[in-house]
Design a protein around this ligand. Structure first.
Ligand SMILES: Nc1ncnc2c1ncn2[C@@H]1O[C@H](COP(=O)(O)OP(=O)(O)O)[C@@H](O)[C@H]1O
Ligand SMILES: [Mg+2]
Length: 362
């Protein structure tokens, strides 16, 4: 059973605390993604699980094995943790052929030649590199080199794979293709995958569950991709998962009003005692009209982006991004020009206490 269990894991370098008291459980067979901004401690966490570093405090279990425990000093070396690792830099040996790169871990482990050859060829086929086994890495594309790294991580038949931004050096098309391949491999091999990335789209596309870390290395939310995107727990999460609009709203008596301008809020009201609120919504959740119910705004800038129109709308001093399907805009007389008045309504919104806004810089 390739589960991962972190309990109270911290990692410090001198005075600098990167991770603090982290608790996390990854289930067997799961594709679990750690998503967070650059520099938040994702690679450090992966290196702790892999065993390239030891936690300053806390413990790590893989399956039933305690592989690291700061309290007792237990630390199991990386090659005894039954896992494969792929890092962002291709990290394949430039002087070795594809075959030798992939076979290296088996050679180290003393696997007899005959078995080695069959396992290497099997793994090379698995990552779609058949026919290329005699090539040197310099004779391969970036995507192929990363497949070599994948094959080398898989050849020992680990039950756990740790992937650290393995696709970020690839171009957009290849990145998309390879993320499906990784998912397919995971199902085919029935392994547990822990994937680390700063890319929201990849995380949403491949994960069974996602843990989102903030810039300080703290986990802010764990959930399915749908939960993370549709039910963000706070405004940090909402902001982190895509283009975000925030509209300040204040309570006066039993009424709710927008910003300082005083337009009454025409939508369902927030539940709670706070006075200062913020309505958070995506550009695609804005309905823009020429008249009818909604908030009055002014189109400050209209940009034609092909499939959709990107309007920057001002409502009482707050600027909002909206995106309208171009065909719909043409059919419904919604091709606004700069300076025209408009009405703004929302399909979907999240209410957050305005106090939480400070940290997202909105
Ligand atoms: N060996 C080290 N010594 C000191 N600081 C380190 C070391 N490794 C990582 N850090 C620091 O830990 C923080 C997180 O780094 P990292 O895990 O690489 O971030 P990312 O989320 O981008 O992978 C950074 O501030 C980095 O400078
Ligand atoms: Mg990193």
């Amino acid at each position: 059973m390739a589960t991962i269990q972190l309990e109270g894991v911290s990692r410090r370098y001198g005075q600098h605390t990167v991770l603090e008291g982290l608790n996390l459980t990854v289930n067997h067979g799961e594709c679990f993604t750690l998503l967070g901004p650059s520099g938040c401690g994702k690679t450090v966490l992966l290196r702790l699980i892999a065993g390239f570093e030891d936690p300053t405090s806390g413990s790590i279990r893989i399956g039933d094995d305690l592989v690291a425990d700061a309290a007792t000093g237990v630390t199991v070396p990386p090659d005894s943790r039954d896992l494969g690792v792929v890092f962002q830099e291709y990290a394949v040996w430039p002087h070795m052929s594809v075959f030798d790169n992939v076979g290296y871990p088996l050679k180290l482990a003393g696997v007899p030649k005959e078995e080695r050859v069959s396992r290497v060829m099997e793994t090379i086929a698995l990552v779609n590199l058949h026919g290329l086994e005699k090539r040197l890495p310099s004779e391969l594309s970036g995507g192929q080199q990363q497949r070599v790294a994948l094959a080398r991580a898989l050849v020992g038949k680990p039950s756990l794979m740790l992937l650290d931004e393995p696709l970020s050096n690839l171009d957009a098309n290849l990145r998309e293709e390879m993320r499906f391949e990784i998912k397919e491999l995971q199902h085919k091999l029935d392994i547990t995958v822990m994937y680390v990335t700063h890319d929201q789209e990849i995380a949403l596309a491949i994960s069974d569950r996602i843990a989102v870390m903030d810039g300080k290395g703290a986990i802010r939310q764990i959930g399915s991709p749908e939960d993370i995107f549709e039910k963000p727990v706070d405004s940090f999460m909402f902001n982190f998962m895509g283009v975000a609009n925030f509209l300040q709203v204040r309570r006066e008596g039993s009424g709710f009003f927008v910003g300082q301008g005083g337009q009454p809020v025409p939508w369902d009201k927030p539940q709670g005692d706070a006075v200062a609120w913020v309505a958070a919504f995506r550009p695609s959740d804005v309905i823009i009209r020429r008249d009818g119910a909604g908030l009055k705004g002014i189109v400050k800038r209209a940009s034609f982006l092909g499939p959709y129109m990107d309007y920057l709308v001002e409502i009482d001093g707050t600027h909002l991004r909206t995106s309208v399907d171009t065909h719909e805009a043409i059919m419904r007389d919604l091709m606004f020009t700069d300076g025209e008045p408009c009405i703004v309504d929302l399909r979907e919104k999240h209410w957050f206490d305005a106090q939480s806004l400070g940290e997202v810089g909105a």
